[in-house]
Each structure stands twice: as structure tokens, then as C-alpha cells.
Design a protein. Structure first.
Lengths: 166, 714
């Protein structure tokens, strides 16, 4: 895994897709490629109420990424300093091997450039001390990005609060 | 501001690509992929597809090499990146190449080789689509004689044809005759667009291929054109030099009529210097003049006895025959010469009476300049050819030719390769005959030039610029054989076409085009669909010939050309070099992907590669589609049909691969071969075996579902 953690608080997410739009805008993409996506799951009954979950699906920046070993040209790489998995567009020839390899469908096809594009945590922003576009724009403040080591686990806090209220 | 940078012959990027290309084959595995990647990145810069990421990418790939590859590939590339940084930036940022050799669309080798630059691949493809009128229209954009050229052109285009490196060249010449015949028989040639009428009148002296071509192109530009011809009919050497069994006169008449129909006036029986002069033309209101006077005299041998009765010039014999008054000849005739005209003369003589026709030439069979197939036909028609003999003197009795003495020719060319025969005067032979015909070349009759102060060379050729046709006199242009000596008809046509451009510039006072007279692409015709095995197996078609027994004592057309079936096959054989630039990008990405399925070949045209090896592709293609993306010209197509993925290169389907379909949405997402390769690379190396039955999009959706299954809602 990368040294970062991009956490989605599903309880807060309202499925507005701002994250998706900000991501595409930052990467200057057309309609089809979605380096991150909000997948609605449901509705289903939770405690008698119909509920839909909005699942934030970026790249998980695996420890041993399938896409990197599948890439024949070395375009798909894992950045040694922080573990971000990214594509070097000059090396990508558009064979789509990474897309077939990834179990989560993270690498996306950019028909405009004939190359793959994927979530790289907005590397340039991260390097400039900013947060990824998605986490910056998130209207419901449900996306949190930080180094994993510094991350407060909201679920743990929330669980503790729930116990305390009992 | 004028760009004062000196032009260089070739860009260093092209040089590097050519040097590195053969290295790909020298390495295996990841090194091979990396060399291909370097060549690909350089080629993308050359083709104008370079980005700011290209230089760092080149740097990082070049740094990965070790050992031999480091010496031969890595180091040279790194030093190139260092020393040529500024020029590389100009290529990337300004799309500017000092040598002017990058960012160019190359004309097909055949089009480039044709002196008149006919867009050959385009008209071949149109024939393949049965669009004959359009095919003829394409040819008519560059020459006015599609049919005549289709019958007689020595086709320098076929020498350049890259299919010739795979097996044999396309029968380009016969394809022209084929489409012209169909167009003529189905309502005539399409009428080319004519520009609005211009007031200036132009005079052309000489109604041969060059003069008539100038007339045609100037008439299309809207000028009033008059062509003056001293002989009774227009056509020049096409009529008087080429026998009717090769170019039937009615075909020539039809093509000349098309020029006349554009408003061109042809005045025959009008000899320059006798019936009219430059001054009389100027008085008549002509503003520009083109002299295409050709070579009307037979060259002399300069040996004793040349003035005997019974000695004839080759061109004179052909001209008299064409005029319908062939000379009276005895039973035994010798033709001197080894060129195409000599063969034409011998075959003509064979048709007008004599029983025994022999050719005697200086050259060995291999050196003979006449076309091989014409020589073959001449022999088949019963003509005997004697090689390596030169006439020493012509003997006669009572002023009439009776025999000729020959001496052995030991070599035709000197050490510098110039025509300079040497003889062995000890080895002699004598041949008796009733007539001897000298077909050893022609010379110009430029006696008209002196009175008007038109400059000529000591050899009698008109002095004119070979590109623009300008002479020492303002408004007077010249071209064709009369300027540059004996060449083929298409050269004369091209000279006429170029002169028309120059004369238009002269008359309108505009600057001539720079660079002048580049090949122009006349269309972007769809590919013909066929299979790779068809593409490979189709063989060059030969013209249908009339049987030998039907040829004697008549001037019937001997070569009847191609059948419909043959023409379609020839169109299918074309490699479409108008669309495929042979930049090799498809091959490089295929190597980078590790498939090594596309393997192009280096050709005699060093600026481009060509694709011949369909079998290797069929065996190794994984259907990933990288080549489709890499080709800057959209020549490679990948289509999913039913359970198969079909990949085609310039319309030729080389691979058909079984497809994987998504278990959820049913969409095809990868070929089985590609998916297995991905599994091999990723799963096996990670020690995990995933079942991959979903397309990438459904994989993501399914993963999202899984992640909510055991959700704890805190």
C-alpha cells in the first residue's frame, strides 16, 4: 500500500459525485474515463429503511499491484518514495493489459489519448503539499486524505462515542 | 522574416532511427522491448506526436541498458539527448525540423517515381472499388493520356513499387489502360473542371506528348491555346514513333479529342520558321510560347556508305508507316540498334513485308536497353538478334546497299560508365541484306531556333530550365526531348505539365511554387477488404496477348491488357503506401508489448519500412490493439464480430482471435490470448490466481457491491 490513506466515510457520503467531477477536471478528461467513481449499491433495507450506499472506488494503490506486473512497457509504476501507483503516459502504448489485470477496474481507458489513465492521488498536488482533487472538493466532507500513520480513524471515534452514550 | 537557417539533408532523428532500427532484432526479452521503445519514442517525435514527457522517458529507458546494449544503444541515445537538446526541444515545442525531413507526409514510392506524379495508389484502390470513372479522373489530374500511357509507358513507377520487394510489383501501367478503357467505353472520360476563361492566348509548337500536355493543363486553367504541328496529324512520337500494334491510333485520337474538346485548337501542316514565326505569333496576339519540338531526325552512324540507296532511318520508317506510306523493302532487312525504338522498328518491318528481319546491336543481351518483354516478343515474332557487333562500313553495288561489315564490340561503356564503345577490328563479319535501318538514336532539328535568337546547345538541344522550362527569351518556354534528349513519353508529359505551371505564373505575374511540383495526394480511398492469405498469394497479372499467328502482316494491338478479374487482383495486391507511411510505430509498440507479431521490413526506400510478413502476425498477434492506437494514419483496424476479434492492416485481415465476454454485461473485453498473457504476467508472478470473467467496468461495480456486503454502519 502507499503511505497514504484515502478514506471514505460512507455514512456521510450523499452520492453527489463532486469527487468524480473534480478528478476528471483535474486530469482534463472526457466523459468515459473515471479514475474514481461513485458506485451506488442498493437500495436495500437497513433497520426497516431503504438505504443506498455510495461506494467511492479510486485505485487502492496495492502493495503488489497486478497492473504493474501486467504492464509490458514499464509505463505502470509504483513510486518508491510513497507507493503511489501511476502511469507514465510516454511509455504507455495502450495495450490495456493493466485494465484486464486489475481486479477492481481501476485503470481507465482514455480514448482521446489512446492511453490508460488512473488514480494517482493527484501526485503533483500531493507533491505540492495539497490533497487530491476529490478529497479537496468533497461537499459532505466524507473523503479524508492523509498519511496513513497520521490518520484518525473516524469509525473508532464514532464507535467510542456510541459506547459512551449507552 | 526570412528564415536564414541552412537546410541540412537529413535530420539526426531520422539517422538515429535508421541506425537503431536493426538493433531491435539483436536483443531479446526486456532489452529488445526497450530498444523498440527508444525507436518508438524517437519516431513519435519525428512524426510530430512528441510530448514534453518524451525526453525524460527516452532518458529513463536509455539508462536501463547494460553491457553491449549500453554501448550500442544506451550511450548513443544519452549523448544525443545531451548534445541535441535544443533541436529536440524545437521538434517537440515548435514542431520544427531544421533539415525539413520530419513531420512530412511521404508520397507513395510509385507516385514519387512517376515523372508526372500520378497518384497511383488512389486510382488503384478506386479500380478495386469498381469506381472506374473516378479512377480515370484521378489519373487525368496529372496526365491527359491515361490510356496511351497505360499501353506504352515503361513504368518507372513499377521499379519503385514496394510490392516488388515482397514478390513482384503491381501491374500499374496495365491498370491505367484498364480503367481508361472502361471509362472511355462507358460514356467517355469524366470532364475535368475548367477554370474561368482568361483573355491571354498561348501558342505551342509541336503536338507531341509534351506540347499536348501543356495545352491540356493550360486549357484547364482557362487559357486559349493553339498547338502548331508540321505533320498532318497531332500526337508526335506517340503517333509517329510508336507502332500501332502497341498504341492503336484510334485510342490516341480519342485522347487528343478530349484535349481539343477543352477548346484547344490544333493547326496541322504548320511548320515553324516556314509557315509562321515567333513574330507572326506575337502579332496574332499570343503572349506565351512553348517549344516542344522533340527529336525528329534519325541519328547517323558516321561510317562509310551511309548515303547508299536502301539505307533508312528508324524514326523515318516508323513515321512513314504511321502515315500509311511504308517504305518498299526487300526480303532481307537488318535493323541496327538495341533500344526500344530499334525493337519497334524491327517489329514494324516484320509486319510490312520482308521475310527475314535481324537486329544487330553493340550490347550483350543483359546490357540491351530495350525492355525485356519487348525483346521477348520480337524474338517470338521471328526476329533474330545478334549481340556485340558494331557496323564498320556499309557496302553497295551501283549505289545500292547490299551488305554491311561488322566488327566485334568488346565493351560498350568506358570505365566512367559513359557510352564509349571499343572494338576488336580483327574480328569481322559481313551480313548481306536488301535494306539496313539505323535505329541508333534521334537528334533534334533545331534549325528554327537561330533566327529567333533562342539559345541551343552545341548538340542542337534547346537550352531551357529543366524544372520550369524557361529559356533565354522572356515568355518562351521549352521542354520534352528537344531539351533534354531522348526520354520516355511520361517525361515529356511531366515537362509539359511543369511548363504549364510556369507559363501560368509568367502570365499572371505570380511567383512559381516552392518547392516546385511536389506529388499531390488526390484522395484518401477506403481500403479493399481481403484476407492475409489472399494478399500474399495473389500474383502479378500479365497482359493478355493475341496469338503469334494473328500478328504477322497487320498492326493489330498485341497486348490486350488485363481482364476484370486480374484488375481486381492487382488492386488487392497494392500495399497502399499512400496511407501506410512505413514509420514502423505499429511494430515498435508490438515489440514493447512483447507480442513481436508485427515485423516490418526495411526497403530500398530508406525513409520507410513496409509490411510483408502477414504469417508472423497471424501466429503471434494477441489482439491488444496497441498498433491501432500507434498508427498515426488510422490504417490498422480492430473489429469484434461475434466471438472473434479481427485485426486488419490497410484492409487486410491478418488475425482472427477468440474473444472473452463479460459474465455480467456480455460485452467483449479482451481476446482469450491476451487475457491468458495478462494472467501469466500478473497472477503467476504474484502467486495468486484470480478468476477473471468480468470486464473492467463490471469488476469495479462487483467490487463495490462486495465492499458493502458486511457493512457495519458506524
Amino acid at each position: 500500500m502507499s503511505i497514504y490513506y484515502l478514506y471514505q466515510d460512507k455514512k456521510k457520503c450523499i452520492g453527489c459525485s463532486s469527487c468524480k467531477v473534480a478528478c476528471k477536471t483535474n486530469k482534463n478528461l472526457t466523459a468515459d474515463p473515471k479514475p474514481t467513481d461513485i458506485i451506488p449499491v442498493g437500495p436495500r433495507l437497513v433497520e426497516g429503511q431503504p438505504r443506498t450506499s455510495f461506494v467511492f472506488m479510486p485505485c487502492f494503490h496495492c502493495e503488489n499491484p497486478w497492473c504493474v506486473v501486467a504492464c509490458p512497457t514499464g509505463a505502470m509504476q509504483k513510486r518508491p518514495k510513497d507507493g503511489i501507483v501511476f502511469v507514465n503516459p510516454a511509455l504507455c502504448v495502450g495495450c490495456k493489459s493493466c485494465m484486464s489485470a486489475c481486479p477492481w477496474g481501476a485503470p481507465q481507458w482514455n480514448a482521446e489519448t489512446g492511453k490508460v489513465v488512473k488514480c494517482d492521488y493527484c501526485m503533483e498536488r500531493v507533491d505540492a503539499g495539497l490533497k487530491p482533487a476529490c478529497a479537496t472538493i468533497c461537499t459532505a466532507h466524507c473523503l479524508r486524505f492523509d498519511k496513513a500513520a497520521d490518520m484518525q480513524d473516524v469509525r473508532r471515534e464514532r464507535y467510542a462515542k456510541a459506547i459512551a452514550e449507552l | 522574416m526570412v528564415d536564414r537557417e541552412l537546410p541540412i539533408n537529413r535530420c539526426f532523428i531520422s539517422g538515429a532511427i535508421e541506425t537503431l532500427y536493426p538493433c531491435i532484432e539483436n536483443y531479446q526479452g526486456s532489452e529488445r522491448n526497450s530498444v523498440a521503445r527508444i525507436v518508438r519514442l524517437l519516431t513519435e517525435i519525428r512524426e510530430g506526436k512528441g510530448t514534453r514527457d518524451h525526453l525524460p522517458a527516452l532518458q529513463s529507458v536509455a539508462e536501463t541498458f547494460d553491457g553491449d546494449a549500453k554501448q550500442r544503444v544506451g550511450m548513443p541515445v544519452l549523448s544525443l539527448l545531451k548534445e541535441r537538446q535544443e533541436e529536440l526541444f524545437r521538434h517537440l515545442e515548435e514542431k520544427k525540423c531544421l533539415a525539413g525531413t520530419c513531420f512530412r507526409h511521404l508520397p507513395a514510392p510509385c507516385q514519387n517515381a512517376c515523372p508526372a506524379h500520378i497518384d497511383i495508389p488512389t486510382f488503384l484502390a478506386l479500380i478495386g472499388h469498381s469506381r472506374y470513372a473516378e479512377a480515370t479522373e484521378v489519373i487525368l489530374k496529372d496526365i491527359p493520356f491515361p490510356w496511351a500511357c497505360g499501353l506504352i509507358c515503361p513504368h518507372p513507377c513499377e521499379e519503385a513499387c514496394l510490392r516488388g520487394e515482397m514478390d513482384e510489383p503491381i501491374s500499374i501501367q496495365l491498370m491505367k489502360a484498364y480503367t481508361a478503357r472502361l471509362a472511355a467505353d462507358n460514356g467517355g472520360y469524366p470532364s475535368p473542371p475548367v477554370a474561368p476563361h482568361k483573355p491571354e492566348k498561348v501558342a505551342i509548337v509541336g503536338a507531341g506528348p509534351s506540347g499536348l500536355s501543356t495545352a491540356y493543363f493550360l486549357a484547364l486553367k482557362g487559357y486559349g491555346v493553339t498547338v502548331f504541328e508540321k505533320l498532318p496529324y497531332a500526337g508526335g512520337m506517340l503517333r509517329y514513333g510508336i507502332p500501332a500494334y502497341r498504341l492503336p491510333k484510334d485510342i490516341l485520337d480519342r485522347e487528343i479529342k478530349n484535349i481539343v474538346d477543352l477548346g484547344v485548337e490544333i493547326r496541322t501542316h504548320a511548320a515553324f520558321g516556314k509557315d509562321f514565326t515567333l513574330d507572326s505569333l506575337k502579332k496574332e496576339g499570343f503572349k506565351a510560347f512553348y517549344f516542344a519540338t522533340g527529336l525528329s531526325l534519325s541519328r547517323r552512324l558516321n561510317v562509310p556508305g551511309e548515303d547508299l540507296e536502301g539505307v533508312l532511318g528508324g524514326i523515318d520508317l516508323l513515321r512513314m508507316t504511321a502515315l500509311g506510306v511504308p517504305p518498299k523493302l526487300g526480303d532481307k532487312v537488318i535493323v541496327i540498334g538495341g533500344g526500344n525504338v530499334a525493337v519497334d522498328v524491327a517489329r514494324t518491318v516484320n509486319r510490312i513485308g520482308p521475310k527475314e528481319v535481324s537486329m544487330v546491336c553493340l550490347e550483350t543481351p543483359e546490357q540491351m536497353p530495350a525492355w525485356k518483354h519487348e525483346v521477348h516478343d520480337a524474338k517470338a515474332e521471328g526476329i533474330t538478334i545478334y549481340h556485340s557487333w558494331g557496323p564498320r562500313h556499309l557496302m553497295g553495288k551501283d549505289g545500292r546497299f547490299t551488305a554491311v561489315e561488322f566488327m566485334r564490340c568488346t565493351s560498350v561503356f568506358d570505365a566512367q560508365g559513359r557510352f564509349n564503345p571499343s572494338y576488336d577490328a580483327c574480328e569481322l563479319t559481313t551480313m548481306e541484306a536488301d535494306n539496313i535501318i539505323l535505329a541508333i538514336g534521334q537528334s533534334a532539328d533545331s534549325s528554327f531556333a537561330k533566327p529567333m535568337n533562342l539559345e541551343v546547345t552545341p548538340g542542337g538541344a534547346i537550352k531551357a530550365d529543366l524544372v520550369t522550362g524557361e529559356t533565354n527569351l522572356p515568355g518562351v518556354f521549352a521542354g520534352g526531348d528537344g531539351v533534354y534528349g531522348p526520354r520516355i513519353a511520361i517525361d515529356a508529359i511531366a515537362a509539359g505539365k511543369r511548363a504549364a505551371v510556369s507559363m501560368d505564373c509568367y502570365l499572371t505575374g505570380s511567383e512559381p511554387p516552392l518547392p516546385p511540383f511536389e506529388p499531390i495526394t488526390r484522395g484518401n480511398v477506403d481500403f479493399l477488404s481481403l484476407t492475409a492469405s489472399e494478399k500474399v498469394q495473389l500474383k502479378r497479372s500479365q497482359s493478355i496477348m493475341i496469338p503469334l499467328e494473328e500478328r504477322s502482316a497487320n498492326f493489330r494491338q498485341v497486348e490486350l491488357g488485363l481482364t476484370d478479374h486480374m484488375a481486381l487482383n492487382e488492386a488487392k495486391r497494392c500495399l497502399r503506401c499512400d496511407r501506410c507511411q512505413g514509420d514502423g510505430l505499429c511494430q515498435y509498440v508490438c515489440t514493447e508489448v512483447g507480442a513481436n507479431a508485427l515485423r516490418l521490413a526495411q526497403t530500398k526506400d530508406t525513409s520507410r519500412l513496409a509490411y510483408f510478413d502477414f504469417a508472423n502476425t497471424r501466429e503471434k498477434c494477441i489482439g491488444c490493439g496497441s498498433c491501432v492506437i500507434a498508427c498515426p494514419h488510422g490504417n490498422i483496424e480492430m473489429k469484434d464480430e461475434g466471438s472473434l476479434r479481427k485485426v486488419s492492416f490497410c484492409g487486410t485481415v491478418h488475425s482472427e482471435l477468440p474473444l472473452e465476454r463479460c459474465d455480467l454485461c456480455g460485452a467483449p473485453y479482451a481476446s482469450t490470448k491476451h487475457l491468458n498473457l495478462v494472467k501469466e504476467r500478473s497472477d503467476l508472478s504474484l502467486g495468486l490466481d484470480l478468476e477473471r470473467t468480468l470486464c473492467p467496468e463490471c469488476s469495479r461495480t462487483a467490487a463495490a457491491r462486495r465492499m458493502t456486503e458486511n457493512i457495519v454502519t458506524f
